[in-house]
Every structure is written in structure tokens, then in C-alpha cells.
Design a binder for this molecule. Structure first.
Ligand code: FES
Length: 157
């Protein structure tokens, strides 16, 4: 994995940072950019971003590890994130997760051997009224049941 921004990403980085009064305030959008560019934010990416941002690697690691939207290790082509916070839990999130685990033959935090799916549990994704729900890549899937989950998984190649 290359841990340097492409010329295009460097341009976006400069534009992003210029929109904030302090470089540090741009940390989240810069990390979003880095994740798009590198796929995940491992130790080398964290070191690189720390240098770019003029921060310590420990500080950047602290931010990356706090937010579930950042992946600290490689993930599959599709990242399934099941919300496990109270409204979704009351709506059956645990059953959704168990069903997906069984269907894919993986545990939470694992990736299928074909590299197709990674399964994670995350905190509230602000779609509590349509619980239980999950995010797959950039899309929300709501009011989940076994049938819906099966259709969703089959539609994702
Ligand atoms: S509790 Fe699941 S989206 Fe808010």
C-alpha cells in the first residue's frame, strides 16, 4: 500500500485545510480523504497524516480509533455496519447481526475469505426511527428483517 497522497489527493488536502482556521480542525475531513485514498488507516497512514497535519501519531491514532467510520485494517469490498445502539437493539439488531454472521460464516470484525464482506457493529447512525438498520458502504438499509438482509447481501457482488 502506498502511504502518500496522489497529486490529486494532495490538492484536495490543501483545499480542505484552507477552509479551517486551524489545520487541526480539518482532522476528520482529512482522515476521510485518507481512507478514500488508502482504503484503511493503518500505522503507516497514521504516521503520514500525522506528519501532514503537524500532529503526533498518537493524537491521530486517538481520533481514528475513536470513530467507527475509520477502518484500522483492510476491509472487504463491502463493509456491513450493523447499528447496535438501544433503539436498534430493541428492534432486533442482535438478531440481524447473528443472521448475517450465520449467512457469511464470519464473526463481527472479520472479512469473508473471498474478500467480499467485512462485518462490523457500530453505534447509532442517526436512523433510529427505522430500526433495525445497517449501513453497507455508503448506503443505509432500514427496517431490516431476514428477507431484506438476504436480498441485500445477494445484490452486493
Ligand atoms: S439506534 Fe440505530 S440508528 Fe440510532
Amino acid at each position: 500500500m502506498s502511504v502518500e497522497f496522489s497529486p490529486d489527493a494532495l490538492k484536495k488536502f490543501a483545499e480542505t485545510v484552507s477552509r479551517y482556521p486551524k489545520k487541526e480542525a480539518a482532522m476528520l475531513p482529512v482522515l476521510n480523504l485518507a481512507q478514500q485514498e488508502f482504503g484503511y488507516l493503518g500505522p503507516e497512514a497514521i504516521e503520514y497524516i500525522a506528519k501532514l497535519m503537524g500532529q503526533s501519531p498518537a493524537r491521530v491514532h486517538g481520533v481514528v480509533s475513536f470513530y467507527t467510520m475509520y477502518n484500522m485494517k483492510p476491509i472487504g469490498r463491502h463493509h456491513i455496519q450493523v447499528c447496535r445502539t438501544l433503539p436498534c437493539a430493541l428492534g432486533g439488531a442482535e438478531h440481524v447481526t447473528e443472521f448475517i454472521k450465520q449467512k457469511l460464516g464470519i464473526e463481527v470484525g472479520q472479512t469473508t475469505t473471498d474478500g467480499r464482506f467485512t462485518l462490523s457493529e457500530v453505534e447509532c447512525l442517526a436512523s433510529c426511527g427505522t430500526a433495525p438498520m445497517m449501513q453497507v458502504d455508503d448506503d443505509y438499509y432500514e427496517n431490516l428483517d431476514e428477507e431484506k438482509v438476504t436480498q441485500i447481501l445477494e445484490s452486493l457482488k
